[in-house]
Design a binder for this molecule. Structure first.
Ligand SMILES: [Zn+2]
Length: 243
């Protein structure tokens, strides 16, 4: 199956928190959008890998994804080496995405930065014909996504561009709330964590609101591109009202 956008995150819920508004938007445009979770977040303090797999599939339905798959890497201990790069090359060639959305290149959680670099490296390597990978015993064709964008996660980073997600923000928050084991629940008797505090989801909404304000929209999601994005002309850009 060819995807227009393949979003790759190291923990299930990474993409929901930082990019779901954009993914939902493109899925609603009728494009094929999918997610690859590198791990199942099995080191998370709350819940279990099994529970998070189920929550991730529930969130995929809310977002309207064509596919959501796991790469079975080890939470906390995966590395950016040849074996992990080849595994990702296999998935990138399998789905042939035009756009890849990846983890941030540096963040509070060290997995995020390591995954961000691993994903970017694999996107480049997937385009080299002499790297041979197989799918169902058949050699895969080389494929390089034309656009690789990094999410803004816990630590703020100045975005290269901001997507107006005003029309998909409500559905994004529904997708986030599918992770019942992870986020604020006053009735939970599991240990309190950074992301389970009451203020965490409020901070996600506040971030979306502040990014939206910068482009004259109610809500926005920012992305970092290592390449400077070009534009076709000067007219199709969105800015705050001048008045
Ligand atoms: Zn994460």
């Amino acid at each position: 199956m060819k995807l227009h956008i393949l979003a790759i995150g190291v923990h299930p819920d990474d993409l929901e928190l930082s990019a779901a508004g954009t993914l939902i938007k493109h899925a609603r445009m009728g494009q094929q959008v999918g997610i690859l979770d590198l791990t199942y977040g099995e080191l998370g303090t709350r819940g279990s890998a099994e529970l998070r797999k189920q929550e991730a599939q529930d969130a995929a339905k809310v977002m309207g994804l064509a596919v959501r798959e796991g790469a079975d890497m080890r939470d906390g201990f995966f590395v950016n080496d040849e074996a992990h790069q080849l595994k990702l090359v296999h998935y990138i060639r399998k789905y042939q995405p035009d756009i890849v959305i990846a983890n941030a290149l540096a963040d509070r959680h060290p997995d995020h930065g390591r995954a961000g670099k691993l994903i970017a490296d694999a996107c480049f390597l997937a385009g080299l014909r002499k790297i041979e990978t197989l799918l169902h015993g058949q050699p895969q064709e080389a494929w390089r996504p034309t656009r690789v964008f990094h999410m803004i996660q816990d630590r703020f980073a100045e975005p290269s561009f901001i997507v107006d997600v005003s029309d998909t923000h409500t559905t994004k928050m529904e997708a986030i709330k599918c992770y019942k084991s992870q986020f604020h629940d006053p009735n939970s008797d599991e240990p309190m964590t950074y992301i389970a505090s009451e203020g965490f989801l409020n901070a996600i909404e506040a971030r979306s609101s502040l990014l939206g304000k910068r482009i004259g929209a109610k809500y926005g999601e920012g992305f970092v591109s290592e390449n400077v994005p070009g534009i076709a002309d000067l007219d199709r850009l969105q800015y705050p009202e001048i008045a």
